[in-house]
Ligand binder design. Structure first.
Ligand SMILES: C[S@@+](CC[C@H](N)C(=O)[O-])C[C@H]1O[C@@H](n2cnc3c(N)ncnc32)[C@H](O)[C@@H]1O
Length: 191
């Protein structure tokens, strides 16, 4: 079984369903029912199971999933560093030993110049253009305030390790504006 947490409108879950073998079931979890309803319209219920639930208290027994993914939502659950560690511990709980955690999130470019330009861009352009195009002032103000405050790729690796996962790889994307962390739960894969 594969789980996409904070699945939103389900793009990642749909991609997982394409990647997963016929036997693997994909679960798409979010606490926002209208988001999941949008996702459910796009995907066959035989391939993806939609679950309304809180990422902080996953409604699954320990050692349930081979893969857990989260995309562009770790900033949302990052109420503080300590709380983020606890949340990733919850992901670790429901991962099988040897199971893989994939985190795709904005990050902090290593170059100070690129970092400064990114922060200016989200505060001055994305914030206002997003509000203008979508009509959502709060949504884009949130985005513009959380991107500059989020962790660097190295800090996020340290948080994963603190939560009991082993970092396997970190891929920095687009000059480090985003990063994919691949980590695993220690232990042997069940056969
Ligand atoms: C920015 S969206 C990302 C959606 C999707 N993963 C994507 O890449 O398009 C963040 C999502 O996280 C969900 N979310 C935030 N906190 C959550 C929590 N504690 N439990 C479940 N879902 C949560 C929100 O409802 C929202 O759908």
């Amino acid at each position: 079984m594969w789980l996409d947490v904070c699945s939103g409108t389900g793009e990642m879950a749909a991609n997982l369903a394409k990647l997963a073998s016929r036997k693997a079931r994909v679960v798409s979890l979010d606490f926002c029912a209208p988001m999941l309803a949008g996702a459910a319209k796009k995907e066959s219920p035989t391939r993806v199971l939609f679950v309304i639930g809180d990422a902080r208290r996953l409604p699954f027994p320990a050692d349930s999933f081979d893969v857990i993914t989260i995309s562009f939502a770790t900033r949302n659950i990052n109420l503080s560093r300590r709380i983020l560690v606890e949340e990733i511990e919850e992901f670790r709980r429901v991962l099988k030993p040897g199971g893989v955690f994939v985190n795709l999130e904005t990050s902090q470019p290593r170059s100070r110049l690129v970092r400064t330009l990114l922060h200016l861009y989200v505060k001055r352009i994305v914030r206002h253009a997003g509000r203008w195009l979508s009509g959502s002032r709060a949504g884009y103000a949130y985005l513009a305030s959380t991107i500059p405050r989020f962790y660097s790729a190295d800090e996020l690796s340290a948080i994963l390790e603190e939560s009991g996962l082993e970092t396997l790889s970190v891929e920095r994307l687009s000059l480090g504006i985003a990063a994919i962390h691949l980590a695993r739960k220690p232990g042997a894969r069940p056969t």
